[in-house]
Design a protein around this ligand. Structure first.
Ligand SMILES: CC(C)(COP(=O)(O)OP(=O)(O)OC[C@H]1O[C@@H](n2cnc3c(N)ncnc32)[C@H](O)[C@@H]1OP(=O)(O)O)[C@@H](O)C(=O)NCCC(=O)NCCS
Length: 380
């Protein structure tokens, strides 16, 4: 083993392959995204979130019996320790849902029956538990901060329908349930994105699953990653509130050298395949709910940014208008991303721990040359 480094790191580790994985395949030139080899378009058209979780965690689509078993396990884990509900109730009124989620997921470890066990089966149990609990935390905190009672989960419902039920107190329509279900499928995994990398790095120290997922949630929050969907909606809202022209607004942002949230991608050099579905969902839900303006504004912005900057819309651009039309508050958009991405994070943590080695890269040193003499304080 040598301590000599031989390569120069491209900024942001662009193009660097940092691990082996069987979970997710991306071809950025052709706009392909596949989970365990299955194209995201097929999953979005035919699958559901629970099946997708099975695919990510077990490496294959489930049989009827396997799906029923997973659904039952997810339903059985739809419960939160009273200590977590107290934590949510004690969050200050101004606390952002994403920050509350990060703190609550860390606290979940206190009550986890497998806390001291990180073997494969225990990690699978944690993946199932965290998937159910994260959806409940996001919904419960939204109710608590609005002074509304927390809604009991309905264990007969799908993951998507139960989340919407716990959020609004009402059983969702079949259209809303399917729309969220597709959004959950589309957000479930994305190879070595920043939050998944953070999760794998933390897991590789042999810290537990909860530490890895807490790291991931911290990374997801940023506006260059999952936080972009909230930033997109803030633009749409500002444009609508001021009766402004969306294209002029975005032109103004570019003139100030600001990046337009929801555009550009490190890996895709063509249409993000997730955006294809979210665009159609935003359009259809907008029409069906009598609120077509969010889609229409988004479409004008997309046309302009594509023509002007040759940048494609990414997963976050149309998820903003889609979630809004589903009745989800803007500051829940990134937590909803986590409601889905927990499935991919957990799959990667399990994979990492099944064949672990500490992840510890090197930095190219650019500081003062060594040796740089220590000067006593009164001689500086
Ligand atoms: C996703 C993202 C972080 C990828 O970043 P990256 O691979 O490091 O790409 P860079 O930031 O180096 O961008 C390359 C060039 O495109 C421009 N660019 C990239 N995304 C842009 C955007 N959304 N708006 C305006 N310009 C953008 C950059 O300014 C840069 O131009 P330059 O070479 O003239 O300086 C970046 O596209 C971005 O910030 N997008 C907005 C946030 C977002 O939607 N994030 C969610 C991603 S799923």
């Amino acid at each position: 083993m040598s301590s000599v480094t031989t390569t120069h790191a491209p900024k942001g580790l662009e193009g660097i392959v940092a691990t082996n994985s069987k979970v997710c395949y991306i071809d950025g030139d052709r706009g392909v995204l596949a989970y365990c080899g299955i194209d995201i378009h097929e999953l979005a058209d035919h699958s559901n979130f629970e099946e997708t979780c099975h695919l990510l965690w077990f490496g294959k689509l489930p049989t009827h019996a396997e799906l029923e078993d997973l659904q039952a396990r997810l339903a059985a884990e739809r419960k939160l320790d009273p200590g977590i509900l107290t934590l949510l109730r004690n969050a200050p009124a101004h606390a952002l849902p994403m920050d509350v989620l990060r703190t609550a997921v860390s606290a979940l470890s206190f009550y986890d029956p497998d806390l001291k066990n990180s073997d494969h089966q225990a990690n699978l149990a944690k993946a199932i538990r965290l998937t159910s609990q994260i959806a409940m935390i996001v919904a419960a905190y939204d109710r608590i901060r609005k002074g509304q009672p927390v809604v009991e989960p309905d264990r007969a419902l799908s993951h998507a329908a139960n989340f919407l039920l716990m959020l609004s107190g009402k059983r969702p329509s079949a259209t809303a349930e399917r729309a969220l279900d597709i959004a959950l499928i589309l957000h479930a995994d994305h190879e070595l994105n920043a939050s998944t990398f953070a999760a794998r790095v933390t897991a590789a120290t042999l810290a537990d699953m909860h530490s890895a997922i807490t790291s991931a949630i911290g990374a997801l929050k940023g506006p260059l990653h999952g936080g972009a969907n909230e930033a997109v909606f803030r633009i749409l809202e500002t444009v609508a509130a001021n009766d402004a022209d969306p294209v002029e607004y975005v032109k103004g942002m570019l003139a100030q050298k600001k990046k337009i949230p929801g555009f550009g991608h490190r890996v895709y050099h063509t249409e993000d395949p997730r955006a294809t579905h979210l665009r159609a969902m935003s359009r259809d839900l907008g029409q069906a709910s009598g609120q077509p303006k969010w889609y229409e504004m988004s479409q004008k912005i997309e046309e302009f940014v594509k023509a002007e900057k040759k940048l494609n819309a990414n997963v976050d651009f149309y998820s903003a208008s889609t979630y809004h039309t589903l009745g989800i508050d803007e500051d829940l958009f990134t937590p909803v991303f986590a409601v889905s991405r927990i499935s991919g994070w957990a799959a990667h943590v399990i994979e990492q721990l099944d064949d672990n080695r500490l992840i510890r890269p090197r930095a190219e040193y650019l500081g003062p040359p060594y040796p740089n003499k220590y000067a006593a304080i009164d001689q500086r």
